[in-house]
Design a protein. Structure first.
Length: 189
């Protein structure tokens, strides 16, 4: 039975407590989501993660009371990244060099390391490049492929996507349909 007096969302104090109680696995999952979306929106992963937590702590965003907290934070990160992509597409993000004499911190290059590139080229690089083209317009499918490549399964993928078992199954079916449509006779590579 649901208590009608109990709020649907966590209070700011409860959010603070949830952050303090994060397990290493949940903290890693949140950062993995931030890293994934960072590569897509151009905002550093640390900034995405910090902004999501700041918005929760300020009360600007909310986490559902009975949901997985890490999944809720990942959902906020996804929303922030989407907003950044929309802002960049609409020209609201002007890129300016720093003023003379002022240096800016070097941002981590999101490109894979030389070692990773060699391994990828040798193993699955061409196929993953083709798959990336097929799903470039769907962030959920991109996240699903990334999770699968990181050897995530079941609940881990559900948390990464911010969905339940049915949602994960639907995303997998959607990916399968896209791939079958793009490669009706197999990969051809």
């Amino acid at each position: 039975m649901i208590d009608d007096d109990e709020p649907t969302y966590l209070s700011v104090d409860e959010v603070r407590a949830m952050i303090r109680q994060l397990t290493a696995i949940d903290a890693t999952r949140i950062f993995q989501a931030a890293r994934w979306f960072s590569a897509r929106c151009g905002m550093p992963a640390d900034d995405l993660q910090q902004e999501a937590l700041t918005r929760l702590l300020s009360g600007d965003r909310h986490a559902r009371r009975n949901a997985c907290f890490a999944r809720e934070v990942a959902g906020i990160i996804k929303s922030l990244a989407s907003s950044e992509c929309d802002a960049a597409k609409s020209g609201l993000r002007e890129v300016r060099p720093p003023p003379d004499g002022v240096t800016s911190p070097d941002l981590m290059d999101p490109a894979p390391s030389p070692e990773a590139l060699v391994i990828s080229l040798h193993d699955d690089g061409p196929m993953l490049a083709e798959i990336s083209k097929v799903i470039e317009d769907d962030v959920q499918l991109q996240l699903l492929v990334e999770g699968i490549c990181d050897k995530m399964r079941g609940e881990e993928l559900e948390e990464l996507l911010g969905t339940d078992t049915k949602g994960l199954a639907a995303a997998r079916r959607k990916l399968k349909r896209r791939l079958q449509s793009a490669f009706p006779k197999g990969s051809g590579l």
